[in-house]
Structures are given as structure tokens and as C-alpha cells.
Ligand binder design. Structure first.
Ligand SMILES: *[C@@H]1O[C@H](CO)[C@@H](O)[C@H](O)[C@H]1NC(C)=O
Ligand SMILES: *[C@@H]1O[C@H](CO)[C@@H](O)[C@H](O)[C@H]1NC(C)=O
Ligand SMILES: *[C@@H]1O[C@H](CO)[C@@H](O)[C@H](O)[C@H]1NC(C)=O
Ligand SMILES: *[C@@H]1O[C@H](CO)[C@@H](O)[C@H](O)[C@H]1NC(C)=O
Ligand SMILES: *[C@@H]1O[C@H](CO)[C@@H](O)[C@H](O)[C@H]1NC(C)=O
Ligand SMILES: *[C@@H]1O[C@H](CO)[C@@H](O)[C@H](O)[C@H]1NC(C)=O
Length: 412
């Protein structure tokens, strides 16, 4: 063989090798996707798989600076904006209820529905207070009206509200339905949601008392329906005629509360799934055992994960922004409750919707009940581990939540 032939055959082998490599990569990817799909099918039989589906919201959600500061106004409040192919992404990853519904309806009427053909609840309605007789609710009511108009005004100013129906099922996927009293409740974890679900179960006749429903029965029982389990007509009818409520909490307190709940106690889901990945990426010289069990994540490490635009593992509903869980500028909630005044707000709400007189919002803490509740003082203790820049970045991360719900920033 002359040198030219040697060169040619080397080239051919090289190209063939490259092709083989590319083929293998595609094959491996396919295998992986296949496994994910199989996992989704095994949902019913595996609690862990179910929990993963329940909790992972959007793997690709990216950290981004507040656009309001950068002077952009357009579509600010459309949380889908950064990940345009979100529907597709979520389907291949989490396969939660919303995504299944999207799959189910994809290609049928859903994607072609225009907002003119539907009755999207554009305007916030006056609250029907005919059942509230007692004058003791006067202050609560005034506060409520202020919050409602504040949110509405904020959304009017900044929300170039788009009604892209393709995301409808995703948008309502965190909303629970109580048909007897016509309530829609958007679940915000770490803001009293367990007790709210207990109340909804009692209202719906699924339980006789809120006090003996276990934490697992609340979260993994299949009792309460979510709004995305209805068809389009069912969703629109309820959005237009039911009382829609959301309960929120100071973003920093909610974040610290989520960290304490998930990382400071043994947890068979958060430690292996989030803990391991966080320790691996953010702890230099981590020891073998910590890498294997994922326990003992430090608050600072958790914050590095939260603020990382290339997170090794996705976001989770417990620390996801309310603006992304409940879409406050698109859903037009009738009632905005706050964790800071939870019992008062909740009991006022129960009066308003005509709940039985004896039903009162429970005030117990059902998990780690011996721990001190996360309050401002506890938060300050945790924030000591962070520097000013990091605290500012957390604020930026939850910027919309701070703004929409008029939370001040005592921790900066
Ligand atoms: C979404 O994904 C589809 C198929 O993967 C692609 O054709 C389309 O361009 C993507 N759209 C956007 C907005 O990225
Ligand atoms: C307000 O609620 C009461 C009692 O549920 C009902 O009778 C009345 O029709 C409602 N009013 C409006 C304007 O919806
Ligand atoms: C917003 O918060 C500030 C400071 O806590 C308070 O003084 C003000 O009344 C609130 N505004 C509304 C509309 O609730
Ligand atoms: C709660 O207690 C009531 C009676 O006190 C009982 O009838 C009911 O079955 C209990 N519910 C659960 C979920 O244990
Ligand atoms: C996990 O590893 C750490 C670090 O060695 C250890 O201190 C801790 O006890 C382990 N936790 C569990 C639950 O095994
Ligand atoms: C704050 O901490 C980060 C690491 O998380 C570091 O990169 C940054 O330089 C620190 N900033 C100040 C002002 O110390």
C-alpha cells in the first residue's frame, strides 16, 4: 500500500468510527427515554416514582434576573416564557398529571382553541359576602380587598397576559377542586397546604374531621380532584364560577421552611434525589458516605443549587415560585390568603363560602411538630450563613412573588 492508500483507509475507518459512535449515542439516549417512559407506566406500583412525579416540576427551569429591573415589560408574567417547549419537556421528564392530560388532549381541540372561543375569567369578580354576617371580619375583609386590588393592579401594569391555551392543563395542574362548595384552591407547599387539603376533604365529605387525616393520606391519597383532570369545558366552567383561592407566604420564610422540612430530617426521596446531587456538585472534597446517602445538605449548599442556572437536578414544588405554581396573573384568584395571617384568612374564607359553622381551620403542624416553626427569627439564623450577594440573588429569584403579594424584604 502506498501512503495515499494508507491515508484513505485511515480516513474511512475514522468516518466509520464516528458514525458508529453517533449511532451508539442516539441508541443510549433512546434507551434512557424508554426507561423514563416505563417508569411512568409503573407509577401505580411505586411510591417513589409517584413522589418524583408529584414533586419535580420543571427540570429545565432556569435562573434568570428579574426582567422588570431590566426594563422589559412584555410578557413578564408568563412563566412559560423561558422554556418555550415546556409542554414537551415536562412530558418527557416528569409525566405528572398535567402532562398526561396534555398528552391526552394534544392534537384534539386543545391546541386550536382561541381565547375568543372560551370564557377565560378575565376580570376579578367582587367577592360574594352575603354569608358573612359577623362584623368581627371587618378588618380581615379590608385587608383582603386591598390584597386583591393590589395583585390585580400589579398584573394590569406588568402582565402582558397571554392566553396560550396550550399550557392550560399545566396552568391548572396545581389547583384542587371542591365541587360542593365550589372552591378552587391552588396548592402552595409550605404555606399551610396540608391543612387546606384537610379542610377541602372535610368540605367534600371525604372525612369527618380535619384532625385525624394523616399527612400521607392528605398528600398521597387519591381523594381530592385536581382541575386538570377535567375536560376543557369542566375547567372553564369551574374557573368562571367557583371561588378561586391561593395562600402564599413570605418567600424567604417559605424557602427556609422547605429546606428544614426536606433536608434536616431523614427523607427517602429528597436525600437520594436532591441531596446526593447537591453534595456532589457543591461540596468540595465530600466524603464517600455523604455522597452515597445524600444526607446533611447545608443551607448554603442548597442555596448554591437554587441559584445555579445549571442545576444538577430540577426544581421542586416546595421551593418553586408561586408565580410558576399558581399563575396568579392568569387565573385571577378571588381570594389571596397569607400564611402570616393563615387562621384568620382561612376562617373568613370558610364563612364566605358557607362552610358548616363548626368547621374551623386547624392550626397544627403535622410534620416534625417538635421543631420550632419557621419564623423571621429562624430565617435570620439561616441567612447568617450567606453573604449579602447571595441574599440579594435569592430575592431576585423570588422577585415576582415578592412583588405580586407585596412582601417586603426584611432579610436583605
Ligand atoms: C419545540 O419542539 C419542536 C420539536 O422538537 C420544534 O420543532 C419546535 O421548533 C420547538 N419550538 C420552540 C419554540 O422551541
Ligand atoms: C351570593 O351567595 C348567596 C348564598 O350562597 C346566593 O344566594 C347569591 O345568589 C349569591 N349572589 C351572587 C351575586 O352571586
Ligand atoms: C404593602 O405592604 C406595605 C408594607 O408592609 C403596607 O404598608 C401596605 O399597606 C401594603 N399594601 C397593600 C395594598 O396591602
Ligand atoms: C376520624 O374520626 C372520626 C370519629 O372521630 C371517624 O369516624 C373517622 O373515621 C376518622 N377518620 C380517619 C381518616 O381516621
Ligand atoms: C450520611 O453520611 C454522613 C457523612 O458521613 C453521616 O454523618 C450520616 O450519619 C449519614 N446519614 C445516614 C442517614 O446514613
Ligand atoms: C458571596 O459568596 C459567593 C459564593 O457563594 C462568592 O462567589 C462571592 O464572592 C461572595 N461575595 C462576597 C461579597 O463576599
Amino acid at each position: 500500500m502506498n501512503p495515499r492508500q494508507v491515508f484513505l483507509s485511515l480516513l474511512i475507518f475514522g468516518v466509520a468510527g464516528l458514525l458508529l459512535f453517533m449511532y451508539l449515542q442516539v441508541w443510549i439516549e433512546e434507551q434512557h427515554t424508554g426507561r423514563m417512559e416505563k417508569k411512568r407506566e409503573q407509577k401505580a406500583s411505586s411510591v417513589t416514582a409517584e413522589k418524583i412525579q408529584e414533586h419535580i416540576t420543571n427540570q429545565n427551569s432556569k435562573f434568570h434576573m428579574p426582567e422588570v429591573l431590566m426594563g422589559k415589560k412584555e410578557n413578564l408574567l408568563d412563566p412559560e416564557r423561558p422554556t418555550r417547549n415546556l409542554t414537551k419537556i415536562s412530558v418527557s421528564q416528569a409525566g405528572d398529571q398535567a402532562c398526561k392530560a396534555v398528552e391526552k388532549h394534544r392534537g384534539t381541540q386543545m391546541l386550536s382553541v382561541k381565547s375568543s372561543e372560551t370564557n377565560w375569567p378575565l376580570d376579578i369578580r367582587p367577592l360574594n359576602k352575603s354569608l358573612v354576617k359577623d362584623s368581627k371580619w371587618k378588618n380581615t375583609d379590608e385587608t383582603q380587598e386591598k390584597r386583591r386590588s393590589f395583585l390585580q393592579e400589579f398584573c394590569r401594569k406588568y402582565g402582558a397576559v397571554s392566553h396560550r391555551q396550550s399550557h392550560l392543563f399545566h396552568m391548572v395542574s396545581r389547583i384542587y377542586v371542591e365541587d360542593k362548595h365550589k372552591i378552587l384552591y391552588c396548592e402552595v407547599p409550605k404555606a399551610g397546604c396540608s391543612n387546606w387539603k384537610r379542610i377541602l376533604m372535610v368540605l367534600n365529605g371525604l372525612a369527618s374531621s380535619a384532625y385525624n387525616i394523616s399527612h400521607d393520606a392528605v398528600h398521597y391519597g387519591k381523594h381530592l380532584k385536581k382541575l386538570d383532570s377535567f375536560d376543557l369545558r369542566g375547567i372553564y366552567t369551574r374557573l368562571n364560577t367557583y371561588t378561586k383561592a391561593v395562600f402564599v407566604r413570605d418567600p424567604m420564610e417559605r424557602l427556609v421552611s422547605a429546606f428544614r422540612d426536606k433536608f434536616e430530617h431523614p427523607n427517602s426521596y429528597y436525600h437520594p434525589v436532591f441531596g446526593k446531587a447537591i453534595i456532589k456538585k457543591y461540596r468540595p472534597n465530600a466524603c464517600e458516605e455523604a455522597l452515597n446517602n445524600g444526607s446533611g445538605v447545608k443551607f448554603k449548599e442548597f442555596i448554591h443549587y437554587l441559584l445555579d442556572s445549571h442545576r444538577p437536578v430540577g426544581m421542586d414544588i416546595h421551593w418553586e415560585k408561586v408565580s410558576k405554581l399558581c399563575y396568579p396573573c392568569l387565573i385571577n384568584y378571588d381570594f389571596v390568603g397569607k400564611f402570616e395571617t393563615l387562621e384568620e384568612d382561612a376562617n373568613y374564607f370558610l364563612q364566605m363560602i358557607g362552610a358548616p359553622k363548626e368547621l374551623k381551620f386547624p392550626n397544627f403542624k403535622d410534620r416534625h411538630s417538635s421543631d420550632k416553626r419557621t419564623n423571621a427569627q429562624v430565617v435570620r439564623q439561616y441567612l447568617k450563613d450567606l453573604n449579602r450577594t447571595e441574599r440579594q440573588l435569592i430575592y431576585d429569584f423570588y422577585y415576582l412573588d415578592y412583588l405580586m403579594f407585596n412582601y417586603t424584604t426584611p432579610f436583605l
